[in-house]
Design a protein around this ligand. Structure first.
Ligand SMILES: CC(C)(COP(=O)(O)OP(=O)(O)OC[C@H]1O[C@@H](n2cnc3c(N)ncnc32)[C@H](O)[C@@H]1OP(=O)(O)O)[C@@H](O)C(=O)NCCC(=O)NCCS
Length: 165
């Protein structure tokens, strides 16, 4: 048996419907037209994941500059249920980590997860994310409505660890 081919590809006007369908299956929250319009302009911040040429996952991020920081916000990162635990989520997170490393100017990466989403919490913890806050009633139409904020703190280019040389 040959190994499956797992790779990432761009989101384009030709495949955006696949992204919409995937997100509608994977996430309990639905995303509006503005979300997808922005995704089409997001470049490397939005990717589809392919398993032997089939779309099975996607990641969509945006840059957040609120609170006097420059942070990468993971809006969605998900994989179809039958294709989980095959390393597809890892490939997408690694892409995000590579992006922020190349940029060199992000303070952190963050995202929201429903408090009962233990699988995702365990997944992100593997990559150095930690729960930094819990927001009550964050979600409007789903239960539980509370969300954890998961964050991975980064060091900017040129920033030292604070120790004198
Ligand atoms: C979270 C999610 C993206 C993980 O994707 P995935 O492709 O299954 O992840 P990987 O196969 O790369 O997993 C890497 C490691 O993370 C950990 N992990 C992943 N899913 C886990 C789970 N359900 N429970 C415990 N640990 C888990 C494991 O250590 C795993 O390594 P292993 O399979 O060798 O044990 C996927 O479960 C998903 O799409 N969930 C629904 C969407 C979602 O909740 N997204 C998060 C908010 S944006």
């Amino acid at each position: 048996m040959t190994r499956a081919n797992i790779e990432l590809g761009n989101v384009t006007p030709h495949n955006i419907k696949q992204l919409k369908r995937l997100n509608s299956v994977v996430f309990p929250v639905s995303y509006n037209d503005k979300f997808y319009k922005d995704v089409l302009e997001a470049g490397e911040l939005a990717k589809l994941a392919y398993y032997n040429d089939i779309v099975v996952g996607a990641v969509c991020c945006r840059i957040d500059t609120s609170e006097k920081t420059r942070r990468l916000y993971i809006m969605t990162l998900g994989c179809l249920y039958p294709y989980r635990r095959l390393g597809i989520g890892t490939l997408m997170v690694q892409h995000v980590l590579y992006y922020v490393e190349q940029d060199g100017n992000f303070d952190s990466i963050f995202l929201h997860v429903q408090v009962n989403n233990e699988g995702a919490i365990d997944f992100y913890k593997k990559f150095g994310f930690e729960i930094v806050e819990t927001k009550e009633h964050y979600y409007k139409r789903i239960e539980p409505a509370d969300a954890h904020v998961l964050q991975k703190t980064l060091r900017k280019k040129g920033q030292t660890n604070g120790n004198a040389e």
